[in-house]
Design a protein around this ligand. Structure first.
Ligand code: NAD
Length: 475
């Protein structure tokens, strides 16, 4: 099998070491081999991006819009094929994966429009005879580091605004999901992006990711808190612009007056779809005592019926965990929960299917407290805890008692409680009668506290990170 190469300065670079991309639904299936860039190649990519920056900054908004539109069109045309590739390398179901490719296409199309729409403003000076105008310029070379759990949508929501606002890019995807990243890079390359404007450097975090921090003008990262903290500190030491979107420990509050079916739908979708591997997944189900037992029983029944299997098999609702390391982490937290005194209503078990894969049944813990480590640390798997509370006030206080602050949801028929929750939940996103996960592409996305650092991503707000403001006075 030939090695998929990195894209540096407009050419597919000579490959050295390669990383095998293994299908988590069938570990006998190698999706492909992907070149691991050396530190020198990362430096070459950054140099190429820097050399290409001035000419790219002079392109017209129409040229950039046309490029982004062409990328979007190919993603639409190849949605099913790329969805299958994504499901094969990451393990989310075919429906989830094709939906994600469609989302990536929408993002490129949205930013094709933004490339034309964005602008500045003109203000009267407080002094006579002077004009003041405020404009936006590209930041320069943007480094992009992404995780494995949305291998095409997250790259899209960083690459599209970077290019739309005339920056050049060096992109490092997760080493677990190089296939979607490589396919996207190939599309961008063939769409006609000038040499050096967009570069792909695949490889491991400590080698390629760390090398990227040195030399770029801005760095946008999505991934775990641990990695994010290190990246923010390294970027601060160089005084470059940095944006980090990290983990969550998202609460879903269920009040006594909730529609039970809706609450169960929100919990099962938010906690267990995409194998619980979403930064916005609901991992803490904070349930008022009057509905608690009925809710737990109904969720447990639904979990018993979930079809867990090969990501590409018709009928599968939940695919495998992404790899052995994540599976080990999930199992370790399931053991920890039991040792901490939680009751497992359904216990995560390794499941055997026709193909060897990382299949894990869902875990629902009850009788947990918010002090337990399973309720404080991100597990990132098909595991959720129920925390019983007496009142709305206790539910809100419990929801906010966390070092994270990405998404927070509530299921209730009370407008008063819903509005109070919207106003007082310490999170970047609030959801009323909806799962904590599941977002639009045209509005800002991001969290508070330990979940996020820097300006928001997506929608019109993306311009804040990808441009610098210049204030110009003229007499
Ligand atoms: P991770 O932190 O292990 O890796 C993320 C990326 O950082 C990868 O490309 C990795 O190679 C790279 N990396 C690792 N070490 C590095 C280093 N020392 N220097 C530079 N780069 C390095 O995260 P992951 O396991 O890929 O993804 C799961 C995490 O991502 C979860 O915590 C999840 O909550 C988070 N996530 C957050 C959001 C969000 O928008 N808030 C979205 C999706 C996922």
């Amino acid at each position: 099998m030939s090695v998929h190469r990195n894209l540096i300065a407009g050419a597919w670079a000579q490959a050295g070491d390669a990383i095998a991309n293994v299908n988590p639904s069938d570990t006998n299936d190698v999706v492909g081999d992907y070149a691991a860039a050396s530190r020198e190649q990362v430096a070459e990519a950054i140099a190429a991006a820097r050399a290409a920056a001035p000419a790219w900054a002079r392109t017209t908004t129409q040229q950039r819009a046309d490029l982004l539109f062409a990328i979007s069109s190919e993603l639409v045309a190849r949605r099913d094929e790329l969805g299958e590739l994504l499901a094969r390398e990451e393990g989310k179901t075919r429906a989830e994966a094709t939906g994600e490719v469609g989302r990536a296409a929408q993002i490129f199309r949205f930013f094709a429009g933004e490339a034309v729409r964005f602008g500045g403003e003109r203000l009267p000076s407080v002094r006579p005879g002077i004009d003041v105008s405020i404009g936006r310029e590209p930041v320069g070379v943007v480094g992009i580091i992404t995780p494995w759990n949305f291998p095409i949508a997250i790259p899209a929501w960083k690459i599209a605004p970077a290019l739309a606002f005339a920056n050049t890019v060096v992109f490092k995807p997760s080493e677990l999901t190089n296939a979607s990243a490589w396919a996207l890079a190939d599309i961008i390359h063939r769409a006609g992006v000038p040499a050096g404007v967009f570069n792909l450097v695949m490889g491991t975090g400590p080698v390629v990711g760390a090398a990227l921090v040195d030399g770029v003008d801005a760095l946008t990262f999505t991934g775990s808190v641990k990695t994010g903290r290190g990246i923010v500190q390294a970027a601060a030491a160089r005084m470059i612009r940095v944006q980090a979107e990290m983990g969550g420990k998202n609460p879903l509050v269920v009040l006594d007056d909730a529609d039970l079916d809706l609450a169960v739908d929100c919990a099962v979708d938010g906690s267990f779809y995409q194998t619980g591997q979403r930064c916005t997944a609901s991992s803490r189900l904070i349930v008022q005592e009057g509905i608690h037992d009925r809710f737990v029983e109904a969720v447990a029944q639904r979990l018993g019926r979930l079809a867990i299997g090969h990501a590409l098999e018709a009928g599968t609702q939940v695919g495998p965990v992404v790899d052995q390391r994540q599976l080990d982490q999930d199992m370790a937290y399931i053991d920890l929960g039991v040792r901490e005194g939680a009751r497992a209503v359904t216990t995560g078990q390794r499941l055997n299917r026709d193909t060897p894969g990382f299949y894990l049944s869902p875990t629902l813990f009850t009788e947990t407290t918010n002090r337990m480590r399973i309720n404080r640390e991100e597990i990132f798997g098909p595991v959720a805890s129920v925390i019983r509370v007496g009142s709305y006030e206790e539910a809100l206080a419990t929801a906010n008692d966390t070092e994270y602050g990405l998404s927070a949801g509530i299921v209730t028929r009370s407008r008063t409680h819903a509005r109070h929750f919207e106003a007082h939940a310490e999170a970047g996103l609030t959801m009323v009668n909806l799962p904590t996960a599941g977002l639009d592409y045209h509005v800002p996305f991001g969290g508070r506290k330990g979940s996020s650092y820097g300006p928001r991503e997506q929608g019109r707000y993306a311009v804040e990170f990808y441009t610098v403001v210049k204030t110009s006075y003229a007499a």
